[in-house]
Design a protein around this ligand. Structure first.
Ligand SMILES: Nc1ncnc2c1ncn2[C@@H]1O[C@H](COP(=O)(O)OP(=O)(O)OP(=O)(O)O)[C@@H](O)[C@H]1O
Ligand SMILES: [Mg+2]
Length: 220
C-alpha cells in the first residue's frame, strides 16, 4: 500500500534518508526504529507529503505522490492520521475543540462531530477531560489527545511519531493496546520509535534506520 523506491532526502548539507526502499502492506502495523537523528520523522513526513523526496519515488495505493496535483494533496492527507512527535495542540482551544477541528473544517454537522469526538476520546480514555485546555493536562494526557485527534477522521493510514515518548510504562502499554485495536479494524499503522519495548515480542515488522540508511528489517 505504501511503497518507497530508492528514496533520498537531503536537508542543506545533511542527508536525512539515503536510497530507502521498502513497502508497507495494507492493514499492517509496522515499526520504524533507529537512534535520534536517524531519519524516522523525515520518513513519516514524506508519507504525509509535508516533505518531498529529492530522489526516488513514493506511492500510496499505487498512486505516485510526485504525480499528484496540488489540489489532490488535501484529499490524500485526509486518509492519513498523524500523531506528531511535538503534539501541535492549540492551547487556546479545549480538548474537544482540538479534536473536532479537522471534522469541522470538512463541514461535518455538530451532532456527528460530537459523537465522533467523544468516541475518539473514549478510545484513549479521556472522555472526562473534554473541557480541559491542553496546557492543564499531563504530558501523557496530551499525548493521548494527539492520538484522539489523529484517529477521529478514521484514517486508512495512521502515522505515529514516538507516540509513547512522554508516558509511563502503563500508559505506554495502554497506547499500544489502542493502536492494536485500531489496527484490528483494518487501519494501516506505522509507528516510529526508538523504544524497543514497544515492538519486542509483537511479531510485527521492524525497519531499522541508521544515519539515514535502512539497515535491517526484522520481526519484533
Ligand atoms: N527541517 C530540517 N532542516 C535541516 N535538517 C533537518 C530537518 N529535519 C531533520 N533534519 C536532520 O535530518 C536528520 C534526521 O532527522 P529526523 O527528525 O528525521 O530524525 P529522527 O530519527 O526522527 O530523530 P528523533 O528520534 O530525535 O526524533 C537529522 O540529522 C536532522 O538534524
Ligand atoms: Mg523524530
Amino acid at each position: 500500500m505504501i511503497n518507497f523506491e530508492n528514496v533520498s532526502k537531503h536537508y542543506d548539507t545533511q542527508t536525512a534518508l539515503r536510497n530507502i526502499t521498502f513497502s508497507i502492506e495494507k492493514g499492517e502495523m509496522a515499526f520504524i526504529t533507529g537512534l535520534s537523528g536517524s531519519g524516522k520523522t523525515t520518513l513519516l513526513k514524506l508519507i504525509y507529503l509535508s516533505e518531498k523526496p529529492d530522489e526516488g519515488t513514493i506511492s500510496i495505493d499505487s498512486r505516485e505522490l510526485n504525480t499528484l496535483k496540488e489540489s489532490e494533496i488535501p484529499l490524500l492527507r485526509r486518509k492519513i492520521g498523524f500523531v506528531f512527535q511535538d503534539f501541535r495542540l492549540l492551547n487556546n482551544r479545549n480538548v474537544f475543540e482540538n479534536i473536532a477541528l479537522a471534522l469541522r473544517i470538512r463541514g461535518i454537522n455538530d451532532k456527528d462531530v460530537k459523537t465522533r469526538v467523544f468516541d475518539a476520546l473514549k478510545t484513549v480514555n479521556l472522555r472526562h477531560k473534554a473541557d480541559y485546555y491542553p496546557d492543564t493536562l499531563s504530558g501523557g494526557e496530551q499525548q493521548r489527545v494527539v492520538i484522539a485527534r489523529a484517529i477521529v477522521s478514521e484514517p486508512t493510514v495512521l502515522l505515529a511519531d514516538e507516540p509513547t515518548g512522554n508516558v509511563d510504562p502503563d500508559t505506554s502499554a495502554g497506547i499500544m493496546r489502542t493502536f492494536k485495536n485500531i489496527n484490528a479494524t483494518g487501519t494501516t499503522i506505522i509507528i516510529a520509535t526508538h523504544n524497543r519495548e514497544l515492538f519486542r515480542d509483537t511479531g510485527r515488522r521492524v525497519l531499522k534506520l541508521d544515519n539515514g540508511n535502512l539497515v535491517s528489517e526484522e520481526r519484533g
